[in-house]
Write a protein that binds this ligand. Sequence first.
Ligand SMILES: C[S@@+](CC[C@H](N)C(=O)[O-])C[C@H]1O[C@@H](n2cnc3c(N)ncnc32)[C@H](O)[C@@H]1O
Length: 235
Amino acid sequence: MESKRKFVHHIFESIYDKYDFINNLISLGLHKKWRRDAINRLGDISNCSIVDLCCGTGDFTIALAKKAGNNSLITGIDFSENMLTIAKEKASRENVKNIKFVHCNVLTMPFESNTFDVATICFGLRNIVDYRQALIEINRLLKPNGKFACMDMSHPTIPGYRKLCYGFVKYGVPFIGKLWANKPNEYAWLFESMQNFPDKFQLADEIFAQGFTYPKIKTYAGGIVALHVCTKTMN
Ligand SMILES: C[S@@+](CC[C@H](N)C(=O)[O-])C[C@H]1O[C@@H](n2cnc3c(N)ncnc32)[C@H](O)[C@@H]1O
């Protein structure tokens, strides 16, 4: 597990400078629309303490901060210093002040139980070595009835389309990663990390099993991305 954590950490420490550009390229810019939609599905998030796990270069964190307004504080967490540096620069450039970035591992976060009203994780869960443990940790951090949203890669159900998507992620993404960042091996991680990640219903079952309401599921781009939204029911 420790070697996988180091491997994932190394990937993001090395692709940070091209991450946003390649994200835009491979999603055809659609990720911005998906993020906005996910945040809208959280409902009213004003006057909230919010934690955005695996915040990376901060796109989701900053969008949350803008929607939540200055009476909310958003804590963005990531274990890659390089990704966080980009996030901090972006927040400062956009003059967003209601964000605090914390450099730490999601599995060992320095927060007391029942601290946050809202927890989000966007394209992060799949990357965490022990994602079930992360769900337990998210549940611990949330106040009772706190909201949780998880957006991540998923598995399309239409067979031909699924094959097409897998082909693109397996061969196209590393090719783009080689062309634009000279990092084909790092971009091969996207496909690898999807392999052992559950489909949208299995993930909903796992979230439910960790003390949340059964998540509402919304898919994007024919099911290659899925959003799960729920609330904490118990510790
Ligand atoms: C694919 S990026 C997603 C970034 C951002 N949330 C977004 O939507 O673009 C995944 C992020 O998870 C972070 N990460 C992976 N495992 C982590 C862990 N155990 N603790 C903290 N951050 C982690 C990586 O450093 C990386 O920045």
